[in-house]
Structures are given as C-alpha cells and as structure tokens.
Design a protein around this ligand. Structure first.
Ligand code: ADP
Ligand code: MG
Length: 571
C-alpha cells in the first residue's frame, strides 16, 4: 500500500527533491542554532570580544534569513506537490468511475462517490505533502539532537531520555485510537452526503408529501452521529495534545533542575547548560509534529485505502482484448437462448430466442416487470447475459468494442435524463462537435425548433437541473432531437411516450416514427395503439417470449395479446 502511494510521486521527483532538500536543510539549521548559542555564551561573552560577537551575530542573521526562505519553499512547493498528487489521483478515480458498469451504480450511493472524490482526496493531498517530509525530519531531528546532547553531557542526556519510551507508547496508543475514529468519521461523511443528495434530488417529492419533518428527523440522526464521532476524535486530539504538552514542560523543568546540579559540580558550563536546554526543545519538537501526524495521517491513509478499493473495482463489462469495431448492421441481431438475472439467484429472462432483421420494427409488449426493459438493455451491454449469446451479424457482442456497439444504438426512454445546462448542450450530447445547422436540423425534426425560437435565449436557454424547467413533452422532444443528431442505426424506444398525455403523445409519435425511418427499431410499448403497425409484435411475460407475430395474427390467436388488446380497446 505504501509503495503504491509513493508511485504517485514519480512525475514530481524534482519538486519532491526540492521540497525535501529544503526541509532537511531547515531541520539541520534548527540543530545548529543551539550550538552557536552554546559557543556564544562560553567563548564570546566572557572576553567581551565585540568584533567576534558582531561577526557571529551577523552570521546568525544570515542563517535566520536563509531559514525563513527555506520554510517558505517548503510551505509553498510542498503544498504544490500535495495538490498535484491530489489532482492526479482525482482524475484517475473519475476516469475509472466512467468505466464502471450499471451494476456498480445500481448498488452505490452517489453521495459516497462524491465524498471519495472531494473529502478523501483533500486528506490524501495533505498527507502526500507532509507525510514523508515530516517523518524524515522527525527522525533526523530526534537523532541529531540526541547525538548533540550526548556530546555535551552524556549523563544528563541519558537522564533526559528515560522519558522517551513513555512518549513512544503514547504515540502508538493514540494513533490506533485515532485511526478507528477517523474511519468512522469518513463513513459518516459519506452517509451524510448520500442523504443530502437523496433529499435535495427528491426535494419535490418531499414537499409534495409534506414529509419535511420526517426528512429533518432522518437528517438529525446522521448529523448527530457525525457530531459524536467528530467529538470523539477531538477529544482524542485534545488528550494527546495536553499530555504531550505536559510531558515536554516536565522534561524542560527536569533538565533545568538537574542541569544546575551538573553546573554546580562543574561538569557543565553555562553555555552548555543553555545549549542543552535549547536542544531539549528541538528534540521534543518533532514529537509535536508527530501529534499532527497522528491527527492527519490516519485520515489520509483511510482515504487512500478507500481510493485504492474503488480503483480496484473492476468494471463488470469491458472490452475484450481482441474486441473489434462494429461495422454497419447488414443482416440481423440475434438473441440465442439468453438468460439473465440482476442477482445470481433470480432470473428475469429465461431462454430468450429472438432474431431481429435489419430495418425491422419490432415491438415488445407484456405485463410490467416482465423484463422488456431488461431484454433491451442487454443489447448495448449495460448488463451481461448470464448465459446464451447475443450477436450482431454473427459477431457476439462480447467481442465488439463497447464504444462502437453503443454508438450504433440509440435509446429513448420514458424518464429522460437531461443535464443541467442549455438546450444546445443537451442536443449536442448526441454528437459532440456537431455544426450549428445540424443541431437546428435535429431540433426541427424533433419538432422542438419552434419552442426554441420562442425562448428569449433560444438555444442557450438554461433548462435547470435534469431539465426541470421543461414540460414532459419538451423534455422528450429534446431527447429525440439528441437522438436525431446521434443518428444510430439501431434504435430502442422504451415506453418513450408513456408518461405523456394522449395529445402530446400523438405528436411525439410522429417524431418517433420519423426517427425510426430506416433504422432497426425495438419499441417497448404500453399503449398498443402505438405499435399496431410494427413489423412484428413480441409478447414478453414472466415465462419469456410467449407469442409473436403481426397485430392481426395475434388478435386472432386469442392469447395474452388479444386479451391486452381487448382490455385497452374493448373489442
Ligand atoms: P419491464 O420493462 O418489462 O416492465 P423490467 O425489465 O424493467 O420490466 O424489470 C424486470 C424485473 O427486473 C423486475 O422484476 C424488476 O424489479 C427487476 N429489475 C429491473 N431493473 C433492475 C435493477 N437495476 N436491479 C435489480 N432488479 C431490477
Ligand atoms: Mg420497462
């Protein structure tokens, strides 16, 4: 895990070396200053050598300035290193999320993904910057000051270090506790985000049911849990800080008192006494750093673990190594003995056999929940068939490049998803980079152009989150315009007009009829009137495909279709 973490430093070797080098230099200077004070008191003060005192002071001044400069570099460049690594990781994660399959998103909360991309990443960035540097400098300062203290007076040094094991124990103890608290904290933040996402996304439903109080209560539970965990971690931080503060003062006091004893016995000069006291402070400073490390590293590392976990989530569905491009559809789409279930112990589709010829319009009807949508979502490989095979012109779709397969298929659904942004942006989604005339042509064919022209902002009209500022019919027209622009040879219309009133439906049906011209079309229909003219009607029930044929044939056959027909038309 650690090695993996460091691999992210690779592109920034120079930056890292600069930052690290400056930090080490600054650390060394910290060690050097007490020694200068020591010499100052012992050698320069007694003789009153003014020229030497001036020289030494100016030398010190220069070093202080250098040190200030070093600190600036460490602060600025170090954070630059952190933010670079953070940016890289975030990009990698986002790119990875784009590849994950429907099944993953079916089972993942958006809010959790959001906190992976924001909160976790920020913590990791902090750690990437401070991590190695702080650790190295802590070790260097500890060993350096220890050695110098030994050199000044080994007896006093050893007396002082008796306390070190206690400190190490403390560090380890609190680190363990903090890691746990931080894990909890982050999962709380994830839950939190998920809840807000759900609430705000569904705020219209919340208000329509006037269930605000219920939502508030639910939120208060999350909020309270978050408070509790956060409080616990602050308590740990405070305890840790207080104890280490006390220990350090205690050590200073101890050195002050026992040092005088050595001074009185003549084993320590005044200069050494002061130098030693200063070094004691230098020695214990990293311990304070280590407190900061205890605070932030577990957070960073917990985040990194979750990050790696997500990165290692393999997409269920991806290109086979020898996948080929899908050419133009020439003959047929074939489902052969296809079975599928969303989880391993249930079956939505059983042994589906179906051939769809090029240019054919084939309609699926049947009770809700029978698996019509599921059947159609296997074709673009949103989900993978559990057994059997789907092929296009004899090539198994698993051997096709996902991109080219999906570019060849267009889907218009009942609930249209539009992106917040302008009408133009949403139509363009069908074919990024299309020319202005193409966009207008698509809008015209979807019968959306008049509406667009009537808007003060025209194509640049902002449609709100998920298109809330549009009516159902307008949204559907927009999605049809998007499809005209995409111009796929295979088209899936999944109850595209079911949510609309009959009048709007009739108009949109015309656009859809135009859209399916010259394409191989799979229509899922709720209202049978819309599919009377299909080349073939396929009845899907829980038992699979039970009937197929033309409208008249199926009505005459007296099966499920004729009963559906009777229910809708009463004939
Ligand atoms: P239809 O389109 O014929 O109304 P669907 O294909 O949408 O039916 O659904 C078929 C069955 O699969 C239903 O029982 C439904 O509950 C289930 N189902 C649909 N989508 C999912 C999903 N993403 N995860 C799990 N089960 C699902
Ligand atoms: Mg459906």
């Amino acid at each position: 895990m650690i090695r993996r973490f460091f691999s992210y430093y690779a592109p920034y070797k120079k930056l890292f070396l600069l930052d690290f080098g400056c930090a080490v230099l600054a650390g060394l200077l910290e060690l050097f200053f007490p020694l200068v004070v020591n010499r100052f008191v012992d050698d320069l003060l007694p003789g009153g050598k003014w020229d030497m005192i001036l020289l030494a002071s100016s030398g010190l001044l220069v070093l202080y300035i250098v040190n200030t400069f070093l600190h600036y570099i460490v602060n600025y460049r170090g954070h630059m290193l952190g933010i670079n690594i953070e940016t890289d990781m975030r990009k990698k994660l986002f790119d990875h999320i784009q590849k994950l399959s429907f099944r993953f998103f079916d089972n993942t909360k958006t809010g959790h993904l959001m906190s992976r991309l924001t909160n976790d990443m920020m913590q990791i960035g902090e750690m990437a910057h401070h991590g190695p540097e702080d650790l190295f400098i802590a070790v260097m300062t500890l060993t350096g000051s220890f050695t110098l203290m030994m050199l000044i007076n080994w007896k006093l040094a050893i007396l002082t270090f008796v306390i070190v094991p206690a400190i190490i124990w403390m560090v380890v103890y609190f680190n363990g506790k903090m890691t746990k608290a931080v894990h909890q904290l982050f999962s709380d933040i994830g839950d939190f985000n998920a809840r807000v996402e759900d609430n705000v996304g569904g705020i219209r439903v919340v208000q329509a049911f006037s269930n605000e109080e219920h939502e508030k209560k639910q939120f208060a539970v999350n909020n309270g849990r978050f408070r509790k965990t956060k409080l616990l971690s602050y308590k740990l931080i405070a305890k840790n800080g207080s104890i280490s503060y006390m220990m350090m003062r205690f050590v200073t006091l101890f050195v002050m008192v026992s040092g005088t004893w050595f001074v009185i016995r003549g084993e320590l000069t005044y200069g050494e006494y002061i130098g030693f006291l200063l070094l004691t402070n230098v020695f214990f400073r990293p311990i304070e750093k280590i407190n900061a490390i205890i605070e932030s590293y577990p957070q960073g590392f917990a985040g990194f673990k979750r990050y790696v976990e997500l990165l290692e989530t393999e997409p269920d569905i991806a290109d086979a190594p020898d996948a080929v491009e899908l050419g133009e559809l020439k003959r047929e789409i074939r489902f052969e003995n296809v079975s599928f279930g969303y989880d391993s112990d249930s079956r939505v589709l059983r042994n589906i056999d179906l051939t769809i010829h090029k240019g054919e319009t084939i309609a699926f009807v049947g009770p809700s929940g029978a698996g019509k949508t599921t059947l159609c979502s296997l074709l673009p490989r949103f989900y993978e068939a559990a057994s059997g095979a789907i092929s296009i012109d004899g090539v198994d779709i698993r051997n096709l490049k996902l991109n080219s397969l999906r570019q060849n298929i267009g889907i218009v659904q009942q609930d249209v998803f539009l992106f917040s942004g302008t009408i133009r942006e949403n139509i363009l989604y069908g074919k990024l980079g299309a020319a202005e005339e193409e966009i207008w042509e698509a809008a015209r064919r979807a019968r959306l152009d008049e509406f667009i022209r009537a808007q003060p902002e025209g194509m640049d009209t902002v449609i709100g989150e998920r298109g809330v500022k549009l009516s159902g019919g307008q949204k559907q027209r927009l999605s049809i315009a998007r499809m005209f622009l995409k111009n796929p040879p295979i088209l899936i219309l999944d109850e595209a007009t079911s949510a609309l009133d009959t009048e709007t439906e009739a108009i949109i049906q015309q656009s859809l009829a135009e859209l399916s011209q010259g394409r191989t079309t799979l229509v899922i229909a709720h209202r049978l009137a819309t599919i009377k003219n299909a080349d073939r009607i396929v009845v899907v029930t829980e038992r699979g495909i039970t009937e197929q044929g033309r409208h008249q044939e199926l009505v005459a056959a007296g099966g499920v279709y004729s009963r559906l027909h009777q229910a809708q038309f009463g004939t």
